[in-house]
Design a protein around this ligand. Structure first.
Ligand SMILES: N[C@@H](CCC(=O)N[C@@H](CS)C(=O)NCC(=O)O)C(=O)O
Length: 195
């Protein structure tokens, strides 16, 4: 498999998940001009134009973070409980992050956004992070005792918050710092030139 991703982008969650899964894959980075690190036009690979995109063994392309993360989990048997409450809580939390959390970072990545828009987004992010903090409680990982696809995504969202100078609840800050010691996270950051 091949993962197309942007260094430090939301695709990093899929990158961490792939490393953690142990499935064989190569990482191809995509720059702002939609050129891949091996010199191709990414828009021809994924006409949606955004990362992540996962090239499967049959050459087809799977897009959308939630689908990619679940695919990785399904094929590796890791990062997502096979059944029961933990499975659905993981999917619920990951969807919450790919939509409700991610969307509120958009003003910080868009050159045309004003302070008012950014402040509204900050307020919403604070509410979203508070929800996740209460879900985390005193636990090491968001759901259950093992790392899941939800943790991979939350790590990226917390990195973005740190990069944009957005405050996060203390327990989430500690959680993100602890995740920096997880080998799959370290390897992904290093491969993306962010170690
Ligand atoms: N719905 C997509 C959104 C992916 C997305 O927003 N990717 C961003 C990077 S975090 C991107 O590639 N943006 C560049 C663009 O849209 O041109 C998903 O959940 O995977």
């Amino acid at each position: 498999m091949k993962l197309y991703g942007a260094n430090g982008g939301c695709s990093q969650a899929s990158h961490i998940a792939l490393i953690e899964s142990g499935l064989p894959f190569t990482f191809v980075s995509v720059d702002r001009d939609k050129k891949t690190s091996d010199g191709r036009d990414f828009n021809r690979i994924n006409p949606k134009g955004y990362t992540p995109a996962l090239e499967l063994e049959d050459g087809t392309i799977l897009t959308e973070s939630l689908a990619i993360l679940m695919y990785i989990a399904e094929y590796s048997g890791k990062l997502l409980a096979k059944e029961g409450d933990a499975r659905w809580r993981t999917v619920e939390a990951t969807e919450f992050m790919t939509t409700e959390l991610h969307a509120n970072f958009r003003p910080f990545f868009s050159a045309g956004s004003g302070e008012d828009e950014k402040n509204k987004a900050k307020e919403m992010l604070a509410r979203r992070f508070a929800t996740l903090e209460s879900q985390l409680g005193e636990n090491q990982y968001l759901i259950g005792k093992d790392l899941t696809i939800a943790d991979a995504y939350l790590f990226v969202m917390l990195s973005w918050a740190r990069m944009m100078g957005i405050d996060v609840p203390e327990r989430l800050g500690t959680y993100a710092t602890n995740l920096l010691n997880v080998p799959s996270v370290t390897v992904a950051l290093s491969a993306e030139g962010l170690a």
